[in-house]
Design a protein around this ligand. Sequence first.
Ligand code: GLU
Length: 289
Amino acid sequence: MTLLTFRFAPSPNGELHLGHAFSALLNQKLARAVGGRLLLRIEDIDTTRCSPEFEAGIFTDLRWLGLAWEQPVRRQSEHFACYETVLDRLIREDLVYPAFMSRSEIRAFITESEKRDWPRDPDGVPVYPAVDKALPAKERRRRIAEGAPFAWRLDVDAAMARVGKDLSWNEFSDESLSATRVVEARPRDWGDVIVARREIPTSYHLAVVVDDALQGVSHVVRGQDLYSATGVQRLLQELLGLPQPAYFHHRLILGPDGRKLSKSLKDTGLAVLREAGVSAHDVRRMVGL
Ligand code: GLU
């Protein structure tokens, strides 16, 4: 039997807070309970926002919490060539297209009257207009040759047609991981998502599915905030012929104001808590573990 594999995959673009502590500790607890592996993956594709200092902070915080993980740690920024190979395949198969509109151009394109009815993705962002998808190949080449900035977007209609079936994933019902239910994947809700940028040959979605497969991750345990993004990731897995892990999207740790914690909320940062004399044991209690 192959070993069950869990992973904690933070982005070093800020300091870890109680929400990350819960996610990491829950992965540790579940991996231990089934005698599985725990991997740590550094998701640092956004090289403008990520830094070695934040990465060092992640290691310090996790060690303090009592976490151990396998070496070597996969650092996504060291594997751009790997993602590029996968992206090239999607380009060759006509499943992505260069999208030239910036955020403000998208806003300008959606006129006042349309604004109310324009479809929005589950994060509330207007979905990408179907303009660039229709551009003739010659015009695309011309703009790229001129150095126009663009991102590679997944043609979700073409992708769904290629897959030719409805998609779903298996979601564990609770932390006991004893039962799963089938969840319908709804990648169309996101419109044509970005799968790569001109200067970074991947996106969060693409790197996650490639790495989860490459690292043999069988159990993706992460926050509820990524629940509907799983639909996009299932579609990419299917297009690329990658295995599908089972998922558990855990509760989020909320701040005193009842809102999701963010990396800028200093008072729930792990380093700040540690310096204030809070122990790793206290953190477990604070997150309900
Ligand atoms: N890197 C992502 C984050 O920091 C998590 C990715 C995942 O668990 O799939 O939110």
